[in-house]
Design a protein around this ligand. Structure first.
Ligand code: ACO
Length: 316
């Protein structure tokens, strides 16, 4: 069996903050942020909004889009680094909100690569016959782990959730053709929180060596794209749509330059959402969701803390 995406949905918090609306004390500007990152605005969760509540709305929208009932869902995976609670898994909170009482629900932790990691797990469950229909969700409230006095990190991130419905089907020429995930823990210090449950009983705030992250993001994006093309006997011209993790438009533009892909085929949404970590790829897909289904070869690429990175080739 193969798995295919049959529905896409998203949810954004109600509060949208433009660069010019960031606190004056940060001593930043729209010009600095836009030139270095391509970001114009971000959505930030209100007190009542959580990763699980955003994930639930994204899942409901994806189910509506797919015209699939909650009864058909036998697997829920939430990719997140900002779950509602230490435990239980945020996926079980989504399961409860959707009133699903069968199947399994769990979280995957791979930060900005989380969505592709979760997609790979769900695809493997479907290919092995363990699951028939899965919700794969990337959801974050990164605003809760930002140091709002550190202008070098807090301007880069936003909150949101995106979801896809993944369904089993028998045509091997459609659906997820390949999904590959990678990590190298030697780079864990480059992008890390200043604390955690077992390290110091806190949640910690985002700390980042921006220049190193930039360098490795370009390298890992390019390396995994080349591998994906080789494994699937494709040329760069064969890619109809490339959806990279949305951290920074300069990283994406560098990838366009070195890979030789036509820039019109590359989806960039970071200006609207900022970096929403595991939510960024499904949020981007949702922006053009009806177009996505008219493309033949769609490539997803991610890179995140760990470092973790991954790629997926999906045929529609
Ligand atoms: N507003 C104004 N000035 C700022 C801001 C800000 N928000 N942030 C930093 N600066 C200042 C610094 O204080 C410094 O000033 P100084 O020269 O007087 O000391 C100056 O800008 C340059 O600082 P750098 O940190 O060297 O800036 P750099 O040119 O490296 O740009 C950036 C920073 C945009 C983060 C860059 O390193 C980058 O794009 N990194 C990629 C990392 C990324 O996007 N991460 C997202 C998460 S990771 C992921 O998702 C894969």
């Amino acid at each position: 069996m193969n798995s295919e995406i049959v529905g896409i949905g998203a949810a954004l918090p109600s509060k949208c903050i433009k660069n010019s609306q960031l606190p004056r004390e940060l001593n930043t500007s729209d010009e600095w942020i836009f030139q270095r990152t391509g970001i114009r605005q971000r959505y930030l969760a209100a007190e009542t909004e959580t990763t699980a509540s955003l994930a639930t709305v994204a899942a409901q929208n994806a189910l509506l889009h797919a015209k699939i009932s909650t009864n058909d869902i036998d697997l829920i995976i939430v990719a997140t680094a900002t779950g509602d609670y230490t435990f239980p898994a945020t996926a079980t909170l989504v399961q409860k909100s959707l009133q699903i009482t069968h199947g399994a629900a769990f979280d995957v932790s791979a930060v900005c690569s989380g969505f592709i990691f979760a997609l790979d797990v769900a695809d493997s469950f479907i290919k092995s016959g363990k699951s028939q229909c899965a919700l794969v969700i990337g959801a974050e409230t990164f605003s809760r782990i930002l140091d709002w006095s550190d202008r070098s990190t807090c301007v880069l991130f936003g909150d949101g959730a995106g979801a896809v419905v993944l369904k089993s089907q028998s045509d091997k020429h459609r659906g997820i053709q390949s999904c590959k995930i990678y990590s190298d823990g030697r780079f864990s210090d480059y992008l890390i929180t200043s604390g955690g449950i077992s390290a110091n009983r806190s949640i910690g705030f985002v700390k980042m060596h921006g220049r190193e992250v930039f360098k490795y993001a370009v390298e890992k994006f390019h390396q995994s794209l080349k591998e994906l093309l080789k494994d699937n006997e494709l040329k760069i011209e064969d890619v109809d749509l490339l959806v990279p993790h949305q951290a920074n438009s300069r990283i994406i533009n560098k990838l366009i330059e070195i890979s030789g892909i036509d820039e019109k085929k590359v989806l960039i949404t970071v200006q609207k959402h900022a970096n929403t970590s595991a939510a960024s790829i499904p949020l981007a897909l949702n922006e053009i969701r009806d177009d996505v289904f008219s493309k033949r070869n769609v490539v997803l690429l991610s890179m995140g803390a760990g470092f973790t990175w991954g790629s997926a080739l999906i045929k529609f």
